[in-house]
Write a new protein. Structure first.
Length: 185
């Protein structure tokens, strides 16, 4: 039996394409207006939270990160900073596995686990992006590499919080991850 079933693959593809396309099309506009990385973190970590809750298997967030990175490079070939988010998706995946997927079954547990995981992962992304991909004026304006990691961490908090709200809303409506099905119309 394959590790990812067809429903898992569909969830991963859906979440990855959502992240890749929204990040490529909307985040540059927000960046030009504010020079803050909050929107890319918000989109990314909301999607990663939903993916991990939906699939509940090691490798799902990493797969989403890989596919979203490929989509990002297809749509924005110069968007090398997205490699930081690729690394962050691996951190998110491993951290979610270490915490255990049962932590996402109750509202309070999901808050206590997903927001710190999103914050840590976003900080890793910000640190890597600040270290390898930022230009000096933007980096200096945000407080250096650690300031840039902190700004991404704030975006991770926001994205994790939105992910938790969406997940808890789906659980309240009794849309449990194991029963999510794509119905042909």
């Amino acid at each position: 039996m394959p590790y990812f079933n067809t429903r898992d693959i569909a969830a991963i593809a859906l979440c990855a394409s959502l992240w890749g396309v929204l990040n490529s099309l909307i985040s540059p506009i927000f960046w030009q207006m504010t020079h803050l990385p909050l929107l890319c973190d918000l989109i990314g970590f909301t999607v990663l939270a939903i993916t991990v809750w939906w699939v509940r298997k090691l490798g799902s967030a990493t797969a989403v990160g890989l596919i979203a990175t490929a989509i990002n490079f297809i749509l924005v070939p110069t968007g090398t900073q997205f490699l930081g988010f690729m690394a962050a998706s691996i951190v998110f995946d491993v951290a979610a596995r270490l915490v255990g997927y049962n932590a996402f079954q109750k509202p309070l547990q999901s808050v206590v686990t997903l927001i710190p995981i999103s914050t840590l992962s976003a900080a890793v992304a910000g640190y890597l992006i600040g270290t390898f991909f930022m230009v000096a004026p933007d980096l200096a304006r945000s407080g250096g590499v650690l300031g840039w990691a902190g700004l991404h961490a704030v975006g991770g908090i926001i994205g994790g919080a939105i992910g938790v709200v969406l997940i808890n809303s789906l659980m309240t409506r009794r849309v449990v991850a194991s029963t999510i099905q794509v119905k042909a119309q």
